[in-house]
Design a protein around this ligand. Structure first.
Ligand code: ISL
Length: 575
């Protein structure tokens, strides 16, 4: 491995600053809070911190709507705090990766304020402005320039009354899309990125970066849209997912921002709907685009017709998806690995079991399976504690703009409110955003004030202080998984082979590297599971003594002993 591939051996921890640690009592997490918790993160053993946005923002989408890229929002602290964070993280060997949100800005960003001020403003073309649809009056139903639906409900176009034109917003109306075809926009973004690198950050997680190149024109198909109980908007995604200039833009970004610097930075592109074939192109080191992408296939498998329409997950589909990505990026490119982030429900409640008797084992099983795939694992704050989904009582418990919009539009369109609520409980992003549970004290040690989002009432039991003190906790299992990655090169570099793809509850695979073989066996169920030689060819060749890490208190007596409820084993041998 060359130094410029260091990210392959790294483990990244995602912080959602708003919910991590508050220090000033305003109920919202802040940068000094992150600094206070660096020792905890160092104990866990992670290499990189990715911070969700802390830039100045009206917080319409919790900071993914940025009004000043070169300043910190006062709720999170100051630039001086960030400098201190960088310095103190680096002192512990931890790198800092910032969120880069440049598909759109806030509508309060000075660029947009100028752009909307008049049709002939020099920055007009920095965003996507269009007149009403031919033959329609501005503001009339269906007058939007295209029928595209925004990701957060409703049309993707908003009328600006003053100039009579519409602007494009793939997300909320307070997140207008930048026009990347304008070279001045790109130059401004690259300059901002260099400014952060000069401050000492170590890379970027790039928000919806595969949407920056668009064909703004054709209507979307209604049939393939994301119908939300009766809306008749179209699916614009074929026009802006991995659009025509995307590779050109990313290569230019690499040249303009990263090339020629003494350090290899980490770049990860968030790419909804990206395919394996596209991902190979994006992550081929020879093409200089990004190191890895966040793809969504495995977290969309329990979606029905649309994200809110949930269906039970079939483990065979999950394995098939992971196997396809492992194989697709085996020779060229690289995978990112995640169960969780700030947009996804909690993994243990979704892929494991949050029943009290299974929570710890299944959370450890999920960590085991994920970290043993080939790719760079991401741990989302609280995942290492086995934090669970929230017990939401009613619609008033939801705060996220996506959830609030969905509830309103679906109920307005006639959907049964109980059904909508059920979907929100399972799928709302608010599940991931409840405050980090630090200890059993008031508000879980997150804040001395009133937390901006409710603390999960299970914090007296599930919290970091208790986990660190308990050698059998999810925390220590994650610590061991990360340590194993350090001591055993097959974890980062081994060749991946999926076994028993058709088994409904067994997740089994091997990793092989320079004479070492790892075997991972995991029981995705609460029933005992007997693994046979048919599932795992050559099973007799393994012995219980090969066990390097299990997830239950007592190790199995033999390798053929049935896997117990949510049991996961990692075995190792040399050939
Ligand atoms: O969370 C989603 C829907 O449930 C996704 O569609 C999500 O919006 C998509 O993955 C893009 O996410 C990113 O960009 C959004 C922001 O709201 C998310 O938090 C961010 O991760 C707009 O900036």
């Amino acid at each position: 491995m060359t130094d410029d591939q260091w990210f392959r051996e790294a483990v990244v921890y995602q912080i959602y600053p708003r919910s991590f640690q508050d220090t000033d009592g305003d109920g919202i997490g802040d940068v000094p809070g992150i600094i206070d918790r660096l020792d905890y993160l160092h104990t866990l053993g992670i290499d990189v911190l990715w911070l969700s946005p802390i830039y100045r923002s009206p917080q319409d989408d919790n900071g993914y709507d940025i009004s000043d890229y070169e300043d910190v929002d006062p709720t999170f602290g100051s630039l001086a705090d960030v400098d201190r964070l960088i310095e103190q993280a680096h002192a512990r060997g931890i790198r800092i990766v910032m969120d880069l949100v440049v598909n759109h800005t806030s509508d309060e960003h000075p660029w947009f304020v100028e752009s909307r001020s008049s049709k002939d403003n020099p920055k007009r073309d920095w965003y996507w402005w269009r007149p009403p649809r031919h033959g329609h009056e501005a503001g009339a139903p269906g007058a939007e320039p295209t029928n595209w639906q925004s990701f957060f409900s409703g049309p993707a176009w908003e009328l600006d009354e003053a100039t009579g034109e519409y602007y494009l917003h793939l997300f909320t109306r307070k997140q207008p899309d930048l026009n990347w075809e304008n070279p001045d926009v790109r130059a401004a973004v690259y300059a901002m990125m260099r400014w952060w690198l000069d401050r000492g950050v170590d890379g970027f997680r790039m928000d919806v970066i595969n949407m920056i190149s668009k064909r703004v024109g054709p209507d979307g198909s209604l049939a393939d849209g994301r119908p939300i109980a009766g809306t008749v908007l179209g699916d614009g995604t074929p026009q802006f997912i991995c659009g025509p200039l995307i590779h050109e833009f990313l290569q230019e970004m690499h040249r303009e921002v990263f090339e020629g610097r003494p350090q290899k930075y980490l770049t990860v592109g968030e790419m909804p709907m990206v395919t394996v074939d596209e991902a190979v192109l994006f992550t081929d080191p020879a093409r200089h685009e990004v190191d890895m992408v966040f793809q969504f296939e495995h977290v969309d498998l329990d979606h029905g017709e649309h994200k809110w329409d949930r269906k039970p997950l079939d483990l065979r589909d999950l394995k098939a998806s992971f196997a396809r990505w492992q194989e697709g990026l085996a020779d060229v490119g690289w995978n990112s690995l995640y169960w969780n982030n700030h947009d996804q429900p909690r993994a243990v409640s979704r892929f494991g079991s949050d029943a009290p008797e299974h929570r710890v084992a299944s959370a450890k099983l999920l960590g085991t399976v994920l970290h043993l795939h080939r790719g760079t694992p991401y741990v989302y704050q609280g995942e290492e504690l086995g934090m669970t989904n929230m017990p939401f009582a009613g619609p008033e418990d939801f705060q996220d703009v996506e959830s609030v919009n969905y509830y309103r539009t679906a109920v307005e369109a006639g959907a049964d409110p109980e059904w909508v609520l059920h979907n929100l409980r399972l799928g709302s992003r608010d599940n991931a955003r409840s405050p980090m549970q630090w200890d059993a004290s008031n508000q879980a040690g997150f804040t001395t004030g009133t937390p901006w989002a409710r603390v999960n009432p299970n914090y007296p039991e599930i919290n970091a202080e208790a986990a660190v003190a308990d050698d059998g906790s999810v925390f220590h299992h994650y610590r061991r998984l990360i340590a194993l990655r350090r001591s055993e090169p097959a974890v980062a570099h081994g060749h991946f082979t999926m076994l028993a793809p058709e088994h409904p509850t067994l997740y089994a695979f091997t990793r092989t590297f320079e004479g070492t073989e790892l075997l991972v066996l995991a029981n995705f169920s609460a029933d005992d599971l007997t693994v046979t030689g048919e599932d795992v060819p050559g099973l007799d060749g393994w012995s219980a003594a090969d066990l390097v890490l299990g997830n239950l208190a007592d190790d199995p007596s033999s390798v053929v002993a049935p896997l117990r409820a949510w049991e996961a084993r990692i075995l190792r041998r040399t050939t």
